[in-house]
Design a protein around this ligand. Structure first.
Ligand code: SF4
Length: 178
């Protein structure tokens, strides 16, 4: 029996099969803004970073890793540095089209909409910063948040979270320049 761990399925996909050219050099991981913030555990696979976001859903089935193709800003830095020129952004878009978005991903989409609403207005953003500073007080240990309560607990299961700064740049500017 030949065990290929899903690679035959990857080979069938004319767009996605280029992921098999990967030589595991990790160059795309080092330049990825998403990977540098989330860390490797967030990808739930032995293949983290941009290459993991396109290879894992193809190996395990898009229905089992449908959020991974969305774990990218599509900045294209991975494609720029890849020595074997895997067009990761194009494959990401291809897989997004194939993804069946489960409930969890829809929930993430709602959170993103809420964030966009907060970030889209200066007063709302300043208020959110003030609330964040107050809410984080009991959680900060040694300058970092080591554990978030549910429903955000998963974020700190494998990484620490940097707390909201004690003073925003706007406040600093006002204090220094007025
Ligand atoms: S840069 Fe290219 S070859 Fe290197 S790990 Fe990423 S996808 Fe693979």
């Amino acid at each position: 029996m030949l065990l290929d761990y899903g690679r035959t399925n990857v080979l069938r996909d004319e767009e996605g099969r280029q992921a098999l050219h990967c030589i595991s050099c990790s160059a795309c991981l080092n330049v990825c803004p998403v990977y540098s913030r989330t860390g490797g555990h967030a990808y739930g696979s032995v293949y983290p970073g941009p290459i993991g976001a396109i290879l894992t859903p193809q190996l395990v089935g898009i229905e089992n890793a449908s959020s991974l193709p969305f774990a990218s800003s599509l900045c294209g830095a991975c494609y720029e540095v890849c020595p074997v020129k895997i067009d990761i952004p194009t494959v990401l878009l291809h897989l997004r089209n194939r993804a069946v978005i489960p409930v969890a991903a829809r929930r993430e989409g709602s959170v993103m909409l809420l964030e966009a609403w907060v970030f889209g207005n200066r007063r709302r953003f300043a208020l959110a910063q003030r609330i964040g500073r107050l809410a984080q007080r009991p959680l900060v240990r040694g300058g970092m948040i080591r554990r978030l309560p549910p429903p955000l607990a998963a974020w700190t299961r494998s990484r620490d979270l940097r707390p909201v700064a004690a003073e925003s740049f706007r406040d600093w500017w006002k204090r220094e320049r007025s």
